[in-house]
Design a protein around this ligand. Structure first.
Ligand SMILES: [Zn+2]
Length: 368
């Protein structure tokens, strides 16, 4: 260095010195000035141009149209094939395609995204459960499209046509809910759980033991926050003529004594569960479960009270569905409070574990 300084001082190589100075000036203008302006905040990098990680490879943009429709190949769901009974016909399809039709049919797509994600996981888990356990009502198909047996299902074209003006927005929400939870399911003791769900409970869900007579550690009674401000037809009434009521009830319970003329006197003690929901009502001296009354008189739920008056019997019903497992309106209410899908799922299925680890095992089970 010393040597070069001496040379410049002597002025012997002036043209060379000018060239070096010009180069330095260029360097300054080209790199240092913009850097100085950037650091002092006089130049702002637009948000869209900032890489997530410095020096990372540019992320290829996803074409918007690939978001709609059932999740495409490459997902865990798309690698699982299953047989679905739809309108009397058994069809083979991949789990991603199947789940899109379930989430789109089972939950209003206007619901919060975290509620839709929770629904996607519950539907996937229920499907894994059926693939592992089978269903006696359709031994040749893993699952069916009857919501009274398995899960509702709608094909893409029909659902899109039904959604009308909001179709694109809703389709994207459903697709996102499935893709963002790809392969995720709930397990207990290493096996997929019976992830039951229903529309709306009456302030608290019901245990599977109470409704189906079979106990599951993850299907217990839990509080649920939905109410009449969130659920359409949360309260409903059904009135039948006393004669018609007596005929139906006597058919199921010939031992019931309904000889009293005043039907108000037919009804006695109401047994309630720990959450205060009715379990059974004494009718003509016989305790009849509210679950049975729901079926007999086609009521929206088994959370009911009943009254006889002026030759008519009226049921006062709260909520919609069997009341076991996740409440869909409850999930939406929890999502509105800021709860994540994972928190919603652990709320309604306590003791179950969320995991993507065992999905390949289910694929194996399905092929047996
Ligand atoms: Zn079924």
């Amino acid at each position: 260095m010393q040597h070069h300084q001496k040379q410049f001082a002597a002025g012997k190589h002036f043209p060379c010195k000018a060239a070096v100075l010009a180069a330095l000036l260029c360097l300054l203008l080209t790199f240092l000035m913009p850097l100085a302006l950037l650091l002092t905040g006089r130049i702002k990098v637009p948000e869209s141009a900032r890489p997530l990680f410095p020096f990372a490879e540019p992320v290829p943009e996803t074409a918007p149209e690939t978001l709609t429709g059932p999740p495409s190949a490459g997902t865990r769901d798309s690698a699982v094939e299953l047989k679905v009974l739809l309108n009397g016909e058994t069809r083979s399809m991949d789990l991603g395609t199947y789940l899109w039709g379930v989430v789109a049919a089972e939950m209003p797509a206007s619901f919060e995204q975290e509620a839709l994600r929770a629904q996607a996981v519950a539907a996937r888990t229920y499907t894994y459960y059926r693939m592992a356990e089978g269903c006696p009502f359709h031994p040749d198909a893993h699952i069916c499209g009857d919501p009274g047996c398995c899960q509702a299902w709608m094909d893409y074209e029909t659902r899109m046509a039904d959604w009308g003006a909001d179709a694109q927005l809703y389709a994207d929400k459903v697709t996102e809910a499935i893709r963002s939870t790809d392969g995720m399911a709930l397990y207990y003791g290493g096996a997929p759980i019976l992830a039951a769900f229903h529309a709306a409970s009456a302030g608290s869900t019901k245990s599977a033991l109470e409704v189906w007579g079979e106990d599951y550690p993850y299907l217990q009674e839990v509080s649920s926050p939905e109410d009449d401000s969130l659920v359409p037809n949360y309260y409903s009434t059904v009135t039948v003529k006393a004669k018609k009521f007596a005929k139906k009830l006597k058919k199921a319970h010939p031992e019931a004594n309904l000889s009293e003329k005043d039907c108000a006197k037919w009804f006695g003690a109401v047994e309630k569960d720990p959450a205060g929901l009715p379990v059974s009502v004494t009718v003509g001296g016989v305790p009849v479960s509210t679950v049975e009354l729901r079926t007999l008189f086609e009521l929206r739920s088994a959370s009911l009270s009943v009254e006889g008056k002026d030759g008519k019997v009226t049921f006062y019903v709260t909520g919609y569905g069997h009341g076991v497992g996740m409440s869909q309106y409850g999930a939406n209410a929890l999502a509105k409070e800021g709860k994540t899908a994972e928190e919603i799922l652990s709320w309604y299925y306590p003791t179950a574990e969320l995991s993507a680890a065992a999905d390949s095992e289910c694929g194996t089970t399905s092929s047996q």
